[in-house]
Design a protein around this ligand. Structure first.
Ligand SMILES: NC(=O)c1ccc[n+]([C@@H]2O[C@H](COP(=O)([O-])OP(=O)(O)OC[C@H]3O[C@@H](n4cnc5c(N)ncnc54)[C@H](OP(=O)(O)O)[C@@H]3O)[C@@H](O)[C@H]2O)c1
Length: 355
């Protein structure tokens, strides 16, 4: 049987994505072959395509951090899982394919009644948001938080989950995201027109308890200034190193994968050394999953339950068929979206939201 897979053949812009047709992979000892129903498209995929994400695999590789699919074939030695069962995984790469083989231990059961695109939105974005809220920041009811990029994939997840936790929320966004941020329970702050540090102090007086900063670089330092004494910045992304059209350019040259991480280290140390008891704590879903795989599984199952109960509702920005992965990358790299882009198996591109 043959299937379609997307590969990155060189580090660069969206045109580095190629569609290939090839024989379906066969599951090895302990592996399960999954028929992918939905694969998430996110900024980490674009950073890996460009070759500067720390997790970038060697070339050629198939992108795709997160996926939802159905069990198709069991490899030798696999038991306790049935064909046709719906499952989710965070393989970090490999999701942009019709079929993928994964170790059984990587698979998390998904309630079959859930929409695959909504379910896949939980795997990377909502687990990130959930773990930062509950494990990194340990938020409690009534606390004030500032969410950067609040209309984005992780940002909108932070707002939906923060509302369930009874938080007072502020969210930076551009003007097109303001309505979404407001509807999700955050007070929008237009980061292009307003100095967010001044605005937070004007609105709250002493500052916020927690800032969730996926922007990175020197932005982390400004986030620290928005904290009250004793507060913490949870730093988790490097969006600042991406925008300004550079992502779509396929810029040549050396890829420095450790630069952003070095800056993180500097700010974490600064948080401890400088007065004000304002800490900067890093968060990485892949490292927490490697260190505590059971926690990842538990948190994802808790999120599937919240989705089943309709307590959360992921925003699906666009659905593209798998073969149009390049268009999905162009859209995310050039214009950005509100919510999450999902690649599906369907032949037609369905739109269920605004891009
Ligand atoms: N550490 C982890 O485990 C982990 C997990 C998931 C994601 N991430 C990282 O988290 C970051 C966000 O990911 P995502 O999937 O949520 O991306 P996304 O959906 O593209 O959202 C990013 C948002 O940031 C906004 N933005 C850009 N520059 C901004 C600025 N200076 N101030 C405030 N907002 C700004 C964009 O809004 P406009 O387009 O309207 O400007 C966009 O809504 C990425 O760097 C990603 O790599 C890390």
């Amino acid at each position: 049987m043959r299937h379609t897979r997307i590969i990155v053949t060189r580090y660069g812009g969206p045109d580095a994505l190629t569609v290939v047709e090839e024989e379906c992979p066969e599951p090895r000892e302990g592996e399960v072959r999954v028929r992918v129903l939905a694969a998430g498209v996110g900024l980490p995929d674009l950073m890996m395509r460009e070759g500067f994400h720390p997790e970038t695999p060697p070339l050629p590789f198939t992108p795709g951090w997160d996926l939802v699919g159905v069990v198709d074939r069991l490899g030798p030695g696999v038991s306790g899982i049935e064909p046709d069962q719906t499952v989710a995984a965070l393989p970090i790469s490999g999701g942009y394919a019709e079929f993928v083989c994964l170790p059984q231990r990587e698979l998390v059961p998904v309630p079959s009644e859930l929409d695959a695109a909504e379910a896949v939105s939980l795997v990377l974005n909502y687990v990130t948001a959930y773990q930062m809220l509950h494990h990194s920041a340990k938020v409690s009811k009534g606390q004030r938080v500032l969410v950067h990029g609040a209309a984005g994939g992780v940002g909108s997840a932070l707002l939906q989950l923060g509302r369930l936790d009874g938080l007072e929320m502020y969210g930076t966004c551009s003007s097109r995201g303001a309505r979404t941020v407001f509807d999700l329970g955050g007070l929008p702050i237009d980061y292009r027109e307003t100095d967010f540090v001044e605005e937070i102090h004007r609105l709250t007086g002493e500052g916020v308890d927690v800032v969730f900063d996926g922007i990175g670089g020197t932005h982390i330092w400004r986030s620290r200034k928005a904290l009250r004494a004793g507060g913490r910045v949870v730093a988790y992304g490097l969006t600042a190193s991406l925008f300004g059209g550079r992502l779509a350019s396929g810029r040549p040259g050396r890829r420095n994968r450790s630069h952003g991480l070095a800056i993180f280290g500097l700010y974490i140390a600064g948080g401890w050394l400088l007065p004000g008891r304002k800490r900067v704590v890093p968060y990485s879903i892949q490292w927490l999953k490697r260190l505590k795989p059971t926690l990842f599984r538990q948190d994802l199952i808790a999120l599937f339950d919240l989705l089943r109960q309709k307590k959360i509702k992921p925003i699906i920005a666009r659905r593209f068929p798998l073969a149009e992965a390049r268009r999905a990358h162009e859209l995310l790299g050039k214009e950005g979206v509100t919510g999450k882009i999902v690649l599906t198996r369907s032949a037609s591109s369905l739109e269920s939201g605004t891009a």
